[in-house]
Write a new protein. Structure first.
Length: 121
């Protein structure tokens, strides 16, 4: 008789593959992303509510200045959260993914201000 005549016994707790361990973000990463979302709301939604979406629609100069201020402050909050995310995770890719939209929002705010001042009659 052969030594391998009987098949090996499989127990219920034995697995064919190792269990997958999903990485869970820590509290600092979640807080940095929440701060980033707050900056996004400050830079995008508040000026939209103040000035409207039509660049050719007239708006008072004080509203335009307040809208631009909210846009730039929101962009700075987004940059700050990107820095926090970089310091927490050490990943430059995460920082780039958070930095780029902040500069885009600042540029769009400046363009919207220019359009409102020049063409809003």
């Amino acid at each position: 008789m052969s030594a391998h005549a009987t098949p090996p016994v499989q127990h219920e707790e034995q697995r064919a593959i190792a269990p997958i361990k999903w990485s869970k973000p820590n509290g600092g990463t979640v807080a940095a992303l929440a701060i980033w979302v707050v900056g996004l709301v400050l830079s995008g939604v508040v000026p939209l509510l103040l000035l409207g979406s039509d660049p050719y629609q007239a708006a008072p100069g004080s509203r335009i200045a307040v809208g631009l201020t909210f846009t730039l402050v929101g962009a700075l909050v987004m940059v700050f959260s990107a820095y926090l995310l970089y310091r927490k995770s050490g990943s430059i890719g995460a920082a780039i993914l958070a930095f780029v939209p902040s500069f885009v929002m600042a540029t769009l705010g400046i363009l919207m201000t220019t359009m409102k001042v020049l063409y809003g009659t």
